[in-house]
Design a protein around this ligand. Structure first.
Ligand code: GYE
Length: 356
């Protein structure tokens, strides 16, 4: 009998142990305590963000502003995806946000085209999409709720008007001016807008100069050469080196972001030339990240057109407004300024807040 009991105690011991453990820990069979999300998570707004990548200093600041805005303390659960410069990755991220049934999707689209299908899928799932930074070109505008970003055309125009003015001030308005343009990612709103804005101003100058037609008395000549620098320092350097090799006499480089400018400046140095205020080549840049503004201060960059990366808080405000059932605008522009050597020390004179 004793032997029987000893034998059977060992047989039932694991079962008893499991039962005791279940009672002590709370049984997953009888209640849902195990792995349950903390109660307060139920109230968090879940936001899936599809970011372009981390190609530039500007992009890092942009990502930071998003992460600062969508914190737990502010009431959010942020699911952040870095697409590493591939539209296919962004589309995949959006589909995963849809299957996770997030409350909002925030998309910084790498390029403008190719979004109709996936944004329709988000719409069908009832998930509002808010665009940040760049835009999409879709047949149906109702595929996104709103957009927050920069006026890229205006940035390009600012660069063009500055150059026109600079040439006049230097008494060089009658000179031939050879310009090269380092363009950003193909098909991206920043590239399209900055190019369009600058070309608008340049085109007017071109009217004075149709050199090929032999009108030599029309004296202000702009020769534009535009190449892709993909918004990276490495590509900016490579393209600038190639251009310096190809063209003896480059007067101006328009570089569509600071990272490409940093590369271009290296290439200029390596070619034995000088850049900036007292240099051989006038340098126009975009973004105005801290290191860019520093180069304006020391004269290596002539003008840096600011692109404001601090956009997360505005998207967060849009979501709050949507939650409160308020009307929202289709587009919001962030405040921006232009840095030149003359004004670089001055306080920011931009107004806070966005304009619709
Ligand atoms: O200028 C560049 C970045 O879309 C405004 O993308 C953005 C641009 C920015 O990589 O540095």
């Amino acid at each position: 009998m004793r032997q029987f009991i000893r034998k059977n105690i060992w047989a039932v011991a694991p079962v008893v142990f499991v039962l005791v453990a279940l009672v002590l820990l709370g049984s997953p069979l009888s209640s849902s305590k195990v792995q349950e999300t903390p109660a307060e998570d139920d109230n968090l707004i879940v936001v899936g963000v599809a970011q372009v990548g981390s190609e530039s200093v500007w992009r890092s600041a942009h990502t930071q502003s998003i992460q600062d805005a969508f914190t737990r303390e502010n009431g959010y659960m942020l699911i952040f995806d870095n697409a590493r410069q591939k539209q296919a990755n962004q589309i995949k991220a959006i589909r995963s946000f849809i299957s996770q049934q997030v409350d909002y999707i925030v998309l910084s689209p790498i390029e403008e085209s190719g979004w109709d299908t996936v944004l329709q899928e988000a719409k069908d799932a009832g998930i509002p999409v808010i665009l940040i930074d760049r835009k999409v070109s879709v047949d149906d505008d109702s595929l996104y709720a709103s957009w927050v970003g920069s006026d890229f055309v205006c940035e390009g125009q600012d660069a063009g008007y500055w150059l026109e003015d600079y040439m006049k001030k230097q008494g060089r308005e009658d000179d031939e001016v050879n310009i090269v343009v380092l363009k950003g990612t193909k098909g991206a709103s920043a590239t399209i807008g900055r190019t369009r804005g600058f070309n608008e101003v340049a085109k007017v100058q071109r009217n004075w100069n149709i050199l090929q037609q032999g009108l030599y008395f029309l004296i202000f000549v702009i020769i534009l050469q535009q190449v892709d620098g993909e918004f990276t320092t490495a590509k900016g350097k490579e393209e600038m080196a190639r251009l310096l090799d190809q063209y003896e006499d480059i007067d101006v480089v328009v570089s569509q972001n600071d990272d490409m400018t940093f590369g271009a400046l290296e290439a200029i140095r390596e070619a034995g030339k000088t850049a900036g205020v007292n240099g051989d080549i006038t340098v126009i840049s975009f973004d105005a990240v801290d290191a860019g503004v520093e180069l304006v201060r020391n004269g290596e960059i002539n003008i840096d057109v600011q692109c404001n990366p601090d956009q997360g808080k505005y998207v967060e405000q849009i979501i709050q407004d949507m939650e409160a059932g308020k009307e929202i605008e289709k587009a919001y522009y962030v405040p921006e300024r232009v840095y030149t050597q003359e004004n670089v020390g001055e306080e920011e004179n931009v107004t806070e807040g966005i304009s619709g």
